[in-house]
Ligand binder design. Structure first.
Ligand code: AMP
Length: 608
């Protein structure tokens, strides 16, 4: 496929705010995409060349792109920079400059294909070592040379990973449904249906009769909606299993209605999520009695995939962290006996002095670590608690009960204390025993408990009430804003990351940064509103960063307070979130350092 066809669709999507129209445009594009190009088109539509769980990044900075543009087009870097500062979008800057240049030199570009763009961008990510920068410049420059101005715009935006064309998960899912599953009469597809081969249906069951019909005609409107939802959920399920729309689109293009049930060892699956309830009583109401109650460990989730002696570890965000944990790999290989498996568990840190469990903060450094891994694994040892199984010995376990899954998992793991264990579990219908177990869990430094329905199946990516979490409620803090950063891309005009501070006597002490909980538009606290309120208090503007006189107070919710040398208060907040602005408070009335210390001590049976 020519890249220009994709660019045409990018531009059309950019020009419409209507979801229906976006879906139509993408569905049309997917329909004409060959199986060979499916991967390229689907990733590029999402502004990337990798599946979301792949750890590789295109990895080219805006600065380097400016350099590339300067050398490709032959303009000084400064001119490009000042145009960029004005528009905030390097893509449109590239387009404008290419237009200018082409008028002067009248070069006609040769046709760029989707495959060529995709290949060059993927190669960018694999470059390492000496001479990398020049090679990167050459790869992008080669594309720009062959690109028309509008194509250059989207190449640049893709390279800096800021496509600015909104193709969300929901739209892609619908577009795949529209493109490759039978159309349902009565459903709005944004255009007339071609009705060559029609199957009339009176119930969902009638779908079993589907052969090569391309249109389904339900007996009434309600059934039409049900059938459409059924098709869309098939696509969603395939996505939850693969986390990769390229595989999903390819699968349905290939197999049509019969496609979709793919569970592959080595490809991470979206993990099952748990709703929060306020107490054990509510927990029992949601998951039923008796329930399996487990410690909620405070580490990080891993999905372990094993097949053909090859073991991979993925985080909850589906990043591959195999290389960072050679100790865990060794442990799993020696303690789990199965032909293949996909298991769900939590890695937690151990204090090497006394084998006490440590909180997430202590092992977070291991996740990103790329060098001296052996050394750090000795300094920060970890252990694994497994709590669920998705596949064992070729058997897909998604649809069997939690009780059964745990049994099967137990059968293949030889447990060893403080190395590899199943999550500690209590099966009970008794409130009192549950409370005792909850307290015991907290006193061991865990976050709380999980309560699980014994009959629940594994639903990837969903919060469906098969399991809930119970953890102590943290109070909120009122903190003053003392600094901020100007945003990038769409947020160039707004302050977008805010430095928070508490007060100690007369001094404001920093305790973290927050960018979450603030909206781009409409209800709630917006970036625009915060920028307007803070602008008069800007004391110093250091380019991207600004210092702000403490005046505005915001209420902040967070998961935990941690000790931290990064901020002047000596503490940092884990997962801070803005709940609301507190116009009723002066900066001097914000939370005090003493209060924060108290909160810190109260957390999860902390002794110090
Ligand atoms: P949260 O991060 O608060 O939404 O809680 C869900 C997370 O708790 C999971 O993603 C796991 O990483 C973690 N977790 C710790 N212990 C368990 C357990 N026994 N069962 C399930 N998840 C657990």
């Amino acid at each position: 496929m020519d890249y220009s066809e994709l660019v045409k669709v990018y531009k059309e999507i950019e020009n419409t705010a209507k979801r229906l129209e976006k879906t139509r445009l993408i569905a049309d594009l997917l329909e004409i995409t060959s199986k060979e190009d499916m991967e390229h088109v689907v990733y590029l539509l999402q502004g990337t060349v990798f599946p979301p769980w792949d750890e590789r990044k295109i990895g080219m900075s805006s600065r380097l792109i400016i350099k590339t543009l300067a050398s490709t087009i032959g303009y000084p870097e400064q001119r490009i920079e000042s145009l960029w500062a004005k528009s905030g979008d390097l893509g449109t800057v590239a387009e404008m400059l290419m237009k200018e240049k082409k008028q002067q030199s009248l070069v006609t570009a040769s046709k760029l294909t989707v495959r060529k763009v995709f290949d060059n961008l993927q190669r960018l990510a694999s470059l390492v070592g000496e001479g990398t920068v020049n090679k990167k410049v050459a790869l992008v420059s080669e594309l720009l040379h062959g690109a028309k101005p509008d194509e250059a715009c989207f190449i640049v935006r893709t390279v800096i990973e800021d496509l600015r064309v909104g193709v969300g998960e929901g739209v892609l899912k619908d577009a795949i449904t529209w493109a490759f599953l039978p159309k349902v009469k009565g459903i709005e597809y944004g255009r007339e249906l071609k009705s060559n081969k029609v199957l009339k249906v009176n119930s969902l069951k009638d779908l079993n009769k589907l052969k090569d019909e391309t249109v389904v005609e339900p007996s009434d409107e309600k059934l039409a909606r049900e059938i459409y939802n059924h098709f869309a959920s098939q696509v969603q399920e395939a996505y939850d299993l693969t986390t990769d729309f390229a595989i999903v689109a390819h699968e349905f293009k290939d197999k049509g209605y019969k496609g979709g049930f793919i569970l592959k060892v080595g490809t991470p699956i979206k993990v099952m999520l748990f709703e929060k309830v306020s107490d054990i009583k509510e927990g029992f109401e949601v998951v039923g009695k008796p329930a399996a109650i487990e410690y909620k460990y405070d580490g990080f989730r891993i999905q372990a995939h094993f097949e053909n002696n090859n073991l991979k570890l993925f985080t909850r965000r589906l990043e591959d962290v195999t290389k960072q944990f050679p100790d865990v790999i060794k442990l799993l290989k020696s303690h789990i006996k199965a032909k293949d498996y996909i298991l769900d568990g939590e890695i937690i840190g151990l204090d090497p002095k006394n084998n006490q469990w440590l909180s997430f903060q202590n092992i977070s450094q291991r996740i990103k670590r790329k060098y001296n891994i052996e050394e750090i694994s000795k300094k920060v040892p970890v252990m694994v608690h497994f709590f669920d199984a998705i596949r064992i010995n070729g058997q897909n376990l998604l649809n069997i009960s939690f009780e059964e899954r745990r049994k099967k998992m137990k059968a293949i793991i030889s447990q060893e204390v403080n190395k590899i264990e199943l999550a500690k579990q209590l099966i009970t219908d008794n409130m009192k025993s549950a409370e005792v177990f909850y307290k015991e869990s907290l006193s061991k430094g865990n976050e709380g408990i999980m309560m699980k329905n014994l009959q629940g199946i594994y639903k990837p990516g969903k919060r469906v009430g098969f399991g809930v979490k119970v953890k102590p409620v943290m109070e909120t803090l009122d903190l003053a804003i003392v600094g901020a950063e100007w945003g990038e891309g769409k947020r160039t005009k707004w302050l977008s990351s805010f430095v928070l501070a508490c007060i100690d006597g007369e001094n404001f002490l920093e305790i973290g940064k927050v960018g979450t909980g603030i909206k781009e538009k409409s209800e709630g606290v917006t970036f625009e509103e915060l920028t307007k309120l803070l602008r008069p208090f800007i004391i110093k503007d250091h380019g991207k960063e600004v210092q702000i006189k403490p005046d505005l107070v915001v209420e902040i919710e967070f998961e935990e307070i941690q000790k931290s040398p990064t901020y002047s208060s000596g503490y940092a907040l884990r997962f801070p979130r803005v709940i609301r602005i507190r116009p009723d408070r002066n900066a001097e009335e914000c939370s005090t350092l003493t209060q924060i210390k108290k909160f810190f001590m109260k957390q999860r049976g902390r002794k110090i």
